[in-house]
Design a protein around this ligand. Structure first.
Ligand code: GLA
Length: 389
């Protein structure tokens, strides 16, 4: 049995243990790794992530009681209850489904009483978007159960709002769009103003390396960057009030605006990164392999201008780039720990894993994990139902 099928099966097992009997439907959504286009989604820019073979599965069935969600807590059969009339943030993992319920109900969807079991192999806290996979899998499960079309982009944006408004993280839409819209064999060329997703053929394997460093700073530093980017846009609009987003500004407009030097560097990253995304998409469209040098340029910009790398991420990128057959490497996701992504010949990526993990532990004192992945599907029905698209 493939890994994907195992996660769906695990959700079904949890369901049977928690509620007795079979779920009506099992669905899943994917974690993601971003190939290029970092910290641009909340600036109206462009990015190119892929959904990966790490998934969160949700098994679901209606119950006849009051409008509550009964949800399994782990594989023990224990159940937590979320009252749809009184959804409140609890600062635990159920905030993600609760936030999505809050949005669905707010959008006028009458969500009846449901029983839900979750299983996942998306590592949490590593920057592979386990929270987006959970939000999207849950929202997709509810919509599918109610016979509503998935409306993937709208669902992703609703899940993003759940994370912003209910969970309290000011994220962009990249992670939720990846979890919802992924396509096997394709990278997802995303624009964020407004949100659109165009699949671009991409069949390369990439290596994800997790620094295994706790990400305590990530949320506060992320919010600080969001504010700095807003300050940069405000300064550019003094020069040209018509600029729609920071990503849409030109280097000339940036040069003409007056702002704090640190804020200027953040803006320079955002504007230059979008140019790199377009160059990668052009190369792939022309049938070329991922241009590794653009990944390296992205990493340098994130490290020097956006200041969201870490000693561990820099170590991994530099180590990977010394290996024969490796063409590029960069931090991926928010940064400040989390994961790096490495590009190159499949044999080279395979051969890199073991020595990298060994030498990283010796040099940095953390046990890295690595996964070789290809582009996979986003949200999909695994069993039952019959909803698709
Ligand atoms: C996190 C956020 C995304 C995006 C990335 C950085 O993953 O959730 O919205 O901003 O960081 O590109």
């Amino acid at each position: 049995m493939g890994n994907d099928a195992m996660i769906a099966e695990e959700a079904r097992d949890h369901f049977i243990k928690s509620f007795g009997g079979e779920p009506t439907l099992v669905v899943s959504a994917a974690g993601r790794v971003n190939l290029i286009g970092e910290h641009v989604d909340y600036n109206g820019g462009e990015a190119l992530p892929i959904a990966i073979q790490r998934r969160t599965a949700v098994a679901i069935r209606r119950h006849d009681g009051a409008a509550t969600t009964r949800i399994n807590s782990g594989g023990t059969g224990g159940v937590l209850t979320l009252d749809h009339a009184r959804l409140a943030r609890k600062r635990k993992w159920t905030d993600y489904p609760a936030g999505v319920l809050d949005q669905l109900i707010g959008a006028g969807i009458e969500v009846p009483g449901i029983e839900v079991a979750v299983a996942s192999d998306v590592p949490s806290g590593s920057g592979l978007s386990s929270s987006a996979a959970l939000e999207v899998a849950f929202g997709f499960a509810v919509r599918s159960l109610l016979g509503l079309p998935p409306e993937r982009v709208a669902l992703a944006l609703l899940c993003q709002q759940a994370e912003r408004q209910f969970v309290g993280v000011p994220c962009g839409a990249m992670d939720q769009l990846s979890a919802a819209c992924g396509e096997r064999g394709h990278a997802l060329y995303m624009h964020f103003d407004p949100a659109t997703v165009r699949p671009v053929p991409f069949t390369e394997s990439v290596l994800i390396v997790d620094t295994a460093v706790p990400r305590s700073l990530r949320v506060s530093a992320y919010s600080e960057r969001v504010d700095e980017c807003a300050a940069a846009l405000a300064a550019i609009r003094v020069v040209d009030p018509a600029v729609p987003s920071l990503a849409a500004a030109s280097m000339e407009q940036l040069a003409a605006a007056t702002m704090d030097p640190i804020v200027r560097r953040r803006a320079r990253h955002v504007i230059s990164e979008c140019g790199r995304v377009r160059a990668v998409v052009d190369a792939l469209a022309a049938g070329r392999r991922f241009p590794g040098e653009l990944a390296v340029a992205s990493h340098e910009s994130l490290r020097d201008d956006y200041a969201c790398s870490s000693a561990e991420l820099d170590w991994i990128v530099e180590y990977a780039l010394r290996a024969p057959g490796v063409t590029g490497a960069r931090l991926t996701g928010a940064g400040w720990g989390g994961c790096a992504v490495v590009f190159g010949e499949p044999g080279a990526l395979e051969a890199l894993q073991h020595p990298l993990i060994r030498d990283y532990e010796q040099a940095m004192g953390h046990k890295a994990r690595a996964w070789l992945v290809t582009a996979d599907d986003g949200a999909r029905v695994e069993a039952g139902g019959g909803a698709s698209g």
